[in-house]
Design a protein around this ligand. Sequence first.
Ligand SMILES: *Cc1c(COP(=O)(O)O)cnc(C)c1O
Length: 401
Amino acid sequence: MSKTPPSNRPGFATRAIHEGYDPKDEKGALVPPVFMTSTYAFDTVEDGGAAFRGERNAYIYGRTKNPTQTVLESRLASLEGAEAAVATASGMSAISATFFSLFQQGDRILVHSRLYGNSFAFFGHLRDRFGFDIRLIDMTEPGELEAAAAEGAFKAVYFETPANPMLDIVDIEAVSALAHRHGAISIVDNTFATPYLQRPLEQGADLVLHSATKYLGGHGDLIAGIVAGSEAHVKQIRQIGLRVMTGATMAPLTAHLILRGLKTLELRMERHSSSALTLAERLSRHPAIAQVIYPGLAGTKGHAIASRQMSGYGGLIGFYVDGDYDRAAKLCNRLQLSTIAVSLGDAETLVQHPASMTHSTYPKEEREKLGLADNLIRVSVGLETAEDIVADFDAALAGLR
Ligand SMILES: *Cc1c(COP(=O)(O)O)cnc(C)c1O
C-alpha cells in the first residue's frame, strides 16, 4: 500500500488512522490487537527452517518483529513516503541501530554540529572508541559542507532539521544532493517536524529517523524510535542493528500507544504550530527578550528554507532572555502553567534550559561557540489554550528582575 502513487493515495490523516490494518484480518477488531507474545509457533520443524532461511515472511521471535509493530511500521512508512520502516525501543536506539548496521570503523560521516545532546554524545563515542571519522560541520553554511566534502570520501551526512535546540534549518534537498554527488547517503532526524510537516525522503534523503517519544506518540507516556527508508536499508537495520547489535525492540504496548497517538498527529501538529507562532510573535515583541528563534518568524535564519521544505513550522521555540544564566533560570522557575522538563511534543507546554540540561553534554567552549548560551530557553509549546500559554509567559516576565 505504501507504493501507491501519491496522486491517488488517501490523505495524510486517513493513512495515519487506517494504513496497514484491516479489521477483517483480526475478527473485526476496530483497533489493532496488542500482540503480547515473545515467540511464535511453527507447525513443523521444516516450517520453522523455512522461516529461518527467510523463504517466507514469518514471525519468529519478538526481538525482531511483532504484528502490532508491523502495523505501526507500515503506517509510518506510508506517512514518511518510505518503502519500509522499523520500530525501535527509543530514538537513541533508532540512531545507534542505523549506524551499527550501515557503517564501520574508519568511515567518515559528516554531521551537523548542533544536535540533540545525546546524539552529539553518541557520535563522540563512535569517534573516540569505535574509530569512526566524525566531522562536525555547520550545514546551514553551504560553504562549510562543500569544503568538508572536498576533503575526502565520506559515507553519510547526518542532521536534524529543525535542529535541537536552536531550530537550525538545514536544506534537505541541497545537502542530500551533495551527499549523492559524493556517493554518500543522507540521514535525517525528523523528530521536530514529524512527517505531517516535513517528509525528507520526498526531498532526496535516504533514511529518516525519529524519536517517537516526542510528537508521534504525542502524549508524554512512552519512549520509542523509528527508522524509515528503502526496503534494503530497513532490512539491514532490522537484522543487524536491532536483532543483533542493540536488541532494543519496541514493546508491543508501546506500538499500540503510538498508533493511538498517530490518529491525532495532524490535528496536534496544526495546533502546536499555530500556538507556537502566537507565542513566538508575542515573545519577540517583549522588551525582556533579546531574541526569539522560530522558523515561522521572517527574521529567523532559515525561514525561507523552512517555508519551502515544511508545510508548517512546528511547536518548538528558542529564545534568549535579556540577561544571564540566573535570569533565564528565574524566568523558567516563575512559570506556572508550563512545566520545567526535557522532552517535547507533549500536550503539556514544557520549558528547559539547554545549557544546564539537554546540552550539558557539550563542553562549555563548544556550547558557546555554537550559540548554546546560558540565557537560551527552549519551549515545546503544548496543546493548552494558546492565550493561557501566552499569559503564563507574560506573567513570569512581568515580575522578572
Ligand atoms: C529525544 C530526541 C532523540 C532521542 O530519542 P529518545 O526517544 O529519547 O531516545 C533524538 N533526536 C531528537 C531530535 C530528539 O529530540
